[in-house]
Design a protein around this ligand. Sequence first.
Ligand SMILES: C[S@@+](CC[C@H](N)C(=O)[O-])C[C@H]1O[C@@H](n2cnc3c(N)ncnc32)[C@H](O)[C@@H]1O
Ligand SMILES: *[C@@H]1O[C@H](CO)[C@@H](O)[C@H](O)[C@H]1NC(C)=O
Ligand SMILES: *[C@@H]1O[C@H](CO)[C@@H](O)[C@H](O)[C@H]1NC(C)=O
Ligand SMILES: *[C@@H]1O[C@H](CO)[C@@H](O)[C@H](O)[C@H]1NC(C)=O
Ligand SMILES: *[C@@H]1O[C@H](CO)[C@@H](O)[C@H](O)[C@H]1NC(C)=O
Ligand SMILES: *[C@@H]1O[C@H](CO)[C@@H](O)[C@H](O)[C@H]1NC(C)=O
Ligand SMILES: CC(=O)N[C@H]1CO[C@H](CO)[C@@H](O)[C@@H]1O
Length: 746
Amino acid sequence: MKKQTSSRLFWIPVCLGLTHWTLQAKLLQPFLIQYRWAHALLFSLIGTLLSMCVAWDQVKTPLMFMYSCFFKPLGKHDNHQSRLESFYQDQASIYDRTRDSLLRGRRTMLKLSAAHLKSQLANGTYGNRKPIWIDLGGGTGWNIEQMNKSLPIDQFEHVYLVDLTPSLCKIAEERFKRNGWTNVTVLCQDASTFQADVPLDGRVQLVTMSYSLSMMDGYFAVVDRVQSLLCADGVVGVCDFYVSGRTSPASERGLAHLRRQCHWLTRYFWQMWFEFDHIHLAPGRRDYLEYKFGTVKSLNRRNHFIVPYLVQIPYYIWLGSAVKNTLASSTAVIDDDIDSLASNQSSPKLAPSTFSALTVAQKNKQWRLDYQPDLPCHTQFRSYIYAFTWEDPRVDLSYLNLSSDDVMFVITSAGDNALEYALHKPKRIHCIDLNPCQNHLLELKLASIASLPYEDVWRMFGDGRHPHFQSLLHETLSPNLSTYAFQYWSQHSDRFSHKFYKTGYSGLALNIFEWWVRMNGLSGQVEAMCHAKTIEEQKAIWLEKIRPCIFSPMIRKILNNPMFMWNALGVPMNQMNMFLQECTTQQYIEDTLDPIPGHSLLSQDQYFYYLCMMQHYHRDSCPSYLTKDGFEKLKTALDVFRLHTDSILNVLQSLPDNYLTRMVVMDHMDWFDPESHDELDDEIKQMARACQVGGQVYWRSAGCVPWYNRLFEKHGFKVEALAIRKSGQAIDRVNMYASFYRGIKL
Ligand SMILES: C[S@@+](CC[C@H](N)C(=O)[O-])C[C@H]1O[C@@H](n2cnc3c(N)ncnc32)[C@H](O)[C@@H]1O
Ligand SMILES: *[C@@H]1O[C@H](CO)[C@@H](O)[C@H](O)[C@H]1NC(C)=O
Ligand SMILES: *[C@@H]1O[C@H](CO)[C@@H](O)[C@H](O)[C@H]1NC(C)=O
Ligand SMILES: *[C@@H]1O[C@H](CO)[C@@H](O)[C@H](O)[C@H]1NC(C)=O
Ligand SMILES: *[C@@H]1O[C@H](CO)[C@@H](O)[C@H](O)[C@H]1NC(C)=O
Ligand SMILES: *[C@@H]1O[C@H](CO)[C@@H](O)[C@H](O)[C@H]1NC(C)=O
Ligand SMILES: CC(=O)N[C@H]1CO[C@H](CO)[C@@H](O)[C@@H]1O
């Protein structure tokens, strides 16, 4: 395909050159000088004609395709089949060659369907039976040949291709004969009424429709037929053009809408344009499909056919399950231990936002709880803030004393610390984040650990780059990801193409630091410090080379300007005020950084600063989930996770009394305004209610004695300082906060 295009392009300048040379002759000169536009027109016309003659073989296919798709009159046909046949008969032989760039997303849809089927097969959902697949409106059988690359055709009991156009069916028959597939049958019949030689109702595991639903008359009957064909665990894969309605359909509330809505011009234009060819894009088809089936995966994309930017034909890739999303199936999913507790609660306060409309997609992947992605509190986040967690879990673990009875409540962040806790096998870890992307990130880590080999996980999160991330996502990770996380990573699959840790807002800080290191010519020193063999060596490099640059007079000035901290480093105003009451910004940063080089070796233990300086981890210096040992242990410990996408207060309200035993809430309370702290007061009150007697809450603060400690005491906690930072001494490997506290519920 590429080669054809480039040889075609090669002829164009040659022809233009020839034309130009002809025009140099006196012949046309007087006329052309007067009419410059005619010059241009003639010039390009002759050029085009010549190049077409020279490269006729290459030009023929697209021209015929354009003619039959856009210009050829369809004529009057009473019957759908004869209309289709007249549309396709001259195209049949060139069909496959011309559809690659027009009918996009078919490969992805097939890969997702295959991945889903494979995970069901591996799980023993079908026992020893092989699956049956029907490709409705399958045309020339391209899909079936393509599927063989992901899931070999002999893994199916039978494959049926149903298509109404005889000339396309003929091509499909020839193709299957050529490939020697005996268990593939072509049925040249209508999709809603077709009959095979054996009854198929309720026996089919997979039905696919690529760019055919939009062509079928009577789509209600077709979708209903698909439903009656599918077995209980069956899946539907669809890929097609669409236009959205003016607003999103009510039946899909709560499901991911990313990029689904179309601009009004797009809506009208494409709908009318395709109507000429009897292709129907109106939203009803997709809506009915989603109304009938449960959404498992859903992607909305734009096809920039031939002309980038100007042309944006919306298309979608969608995977559905035979079981429709129901509220009833959701309650069983939430949490076995909550279920038992919830029935024993004086006033159950299950917040609707947390527990509504759990989709079937989540039924088998119990990590992520459903949420409403279109709420403004979620849509305000377009990316994750933290690509890595910036608190030291080792210190937490030394106090947490986790056992198999512990039910934890932690802030997700990048999920690194939650994974660290999971290695100590508590009963349950509830991870909470208001930013959906932080949970997408943890979900990706969980899915990777569950389904990928160690080396792939190391490449993604250790090296921070994986050249084949997109195919891993579609072929292996997708069955383990929620609709939401899948959609996010599918749209951001470039995050792993270069340096993952330089993405997100924390990545911005790493970029600034890297830039600063280069500006100061410190790259060599930074590298040497990260690979120093002794603490003395590390300290020497810090004191003699790096520190003098960090605390240069200019930087001091910048640091002491509060706007810098607030804007560039994203330190919330209230948090900054907390430490400014105790020391200057510069003092705070000195207290943070100075003890680090003397604390432990960057190359062996100090993975936090190693990452900041190198933008990737080292095999000897990384979080436990990236070590071979930790990775293997986690593979069997992932069931403990529940991911909530909501505010801390809302999630707490949804939990039963006396349920939690350990809470790690990081530094988030620093962000509240001490002058009006009703919301924090509510939150701590809810912590006290949801926490068992003897249960513990852990927090870090930029202040040595945070003002909100008294709120904990007010609500029945005994507050104790576990560590308060003093100049020159590190309290943990990150050493970023001035204090570390624990409250024990009395
Ligand atoms: C755009 S083609 C897509 C073909 C193929 N699925 C692909 O992706 O290349 C649409 C196909 O739907 C078929 N089709 C349209 N209406 C149909 C109907 N009522 N029953 C069966 N097939 C139908 C047409 O014959 C045509 O092959
Ligand atoms: C896997 O099998 C278990 C029981 O064997 C079942 O509960 C679960 O739904 C299956 N998961 C999938 C994805 O089919
Ligand atoms: C082909 O299909 C028949 C029944 O439809 C089945 O018995 C046979 O095992 C299948 N063969 C293969 C190779 O899948
Ligand atoms: C189908 O896949 C199998 C297994 O990957 C392979 O051996 C076979 O050659 C493929 N057939 C075709 C026609 O591509
Ligand atoms: C609720 O749980 C407590 C202990 O947690 C138990 O003593 C009590 O009997 C339970 N009440 C009901 C109605 O099950
Ligand atoms: C840790 O927990 C165990 C029970 O799980 C308890 O016996 C032990 O005293 C605890 N240790 C500390 C230091 O709290
Ligand atoms: C939680 C979950 O969905 N786990 C599945 C991830 O994928 C593997 C296979 O790739 C399954 O075995 C797990 O059950």
